[in-house]
Design a protein around this ligand. Structure first.
Ligand SMILES: C[S@@+](CC[C@H](N)C(=O)[O-])C[C@H]1O[C@@H](n2cnc3c(N)ncnc32)[C@H](O)[C@@H]1O
Length: 245
């Protein structure tokens, strides 16, 4: 059987963000592999479009169920089990097809995405080589849309999930990028500034900026508009405690 190779390719928020490097990587592949979460998965539709533009067959693998009912303490274990199930599903396809497979990653593979870990595990199971091509991430697009730098001069920025926001605030972080939110819970940071964006890079993009307590209702309304327009909503935001420093 031909040697198996995997290319993990960041596609940003869609075809307009596929860099020449990513494009070249996709053209070098024999097919793309993607998890199918549901028949009308909107991000799968974007992957399909990118594949179409690169003459790449998209092979879908039903996504194993993740235990979303797991309590916060069991979150990492639930994600681990889900990764193992994903690895098994992909290993089957890779072992039977061989060749060079692409994984198209939303945004950049380095941020809140399991593909690199899944491919590491695949590399342990199968004889395969892999590389990673970067893409434009949601925080980068957020910063560009609002024309901001994510951190004050010479200071750090903390990147976390909505689930862990309270920990970051309690730890004294003053510049926090929040991803993987549900509706944001912002009461503890009412006097902070927020630069918020939803469905960035898509036709249903929404942006709001201001003092949290002044714009929280606007954020909620914009979030619902994005969801109503696209049928899904993903948001990312920078929170800054202006009085710091
Ligand atoms: C599973 S993570 C994937 C992140 C991705 N790898 C990246 O580089 O941005 C999904 C989270 O990224 C953020 N995100 C992804 N796409 C977005 C978009 N188009 N607009 C706003 N936030 C987005 C949201 O916080 C969402 O909950």
């Amino acid at each position: 059987m031909a040697e198996t190779r995997v290319r993990v390719v960041g596609i940003g928020m869609g075809p307009q963000h596929v860099t020449p490097e990513a494009s070249e990587a996709l053209r070098s592949c024999d097919y793309a592999l993607a998890a199918e979460k549901s028949v009308d998965d909107p991000l799968l539709a974007v992957r399909r479009q990118v594949c179409g533009e690169h003459g790449l067959e998209l092979v879908t693998v039903p996504d194993p169920e993740r235990d979303r009912a797991a309590p916060a303490a069991g979150y990492e274990a639930a994600v681990h089990d889900w990764h193992v199930a994903r690895v098994t599903a992909y290993a089957r396809v890779l072992a039977s097809r061989g060749g060079t497979a692409a994984f198209l990653v939303w945004g950049d593979p380095s941020l809140y995405d399991s593909t690199v870990r899944v491919v590491e595990a695949l590399a342990e199971r199968l004889r395969l080589d892999y590389d990673v091509v970067p893409g434009i991430s949601a925080p980068q697009l957020l910063a560009a849309r609002h024309r901001i730098v994510l951190h004050p001069v010479g200071r750090p920025v903390h990147l976390t999930t909505a689930r862990r926001l309270h920990e970051a605030v309690a730890a004294g972080e003053t510049d926090i990028v929040v991803m993987l939110g549900g509706a944001p819970e912002l009461t503890a940071v009412g006097d902070w500034s927020i630069w918020w964006g939803a469905n960035l890079g898509t036709r249903s993009e929404e942006l709001v900026a201001g003092r949290v307590c002044d714009v929280v209702a606007e954020v909620e309304a914009a979030r619902e508009r994005a969801r109503a327009s696209a049928g899904w909503v993903m948001d990312v935001y920078l929170l800054r405690r202006e009085s710091a420093g």
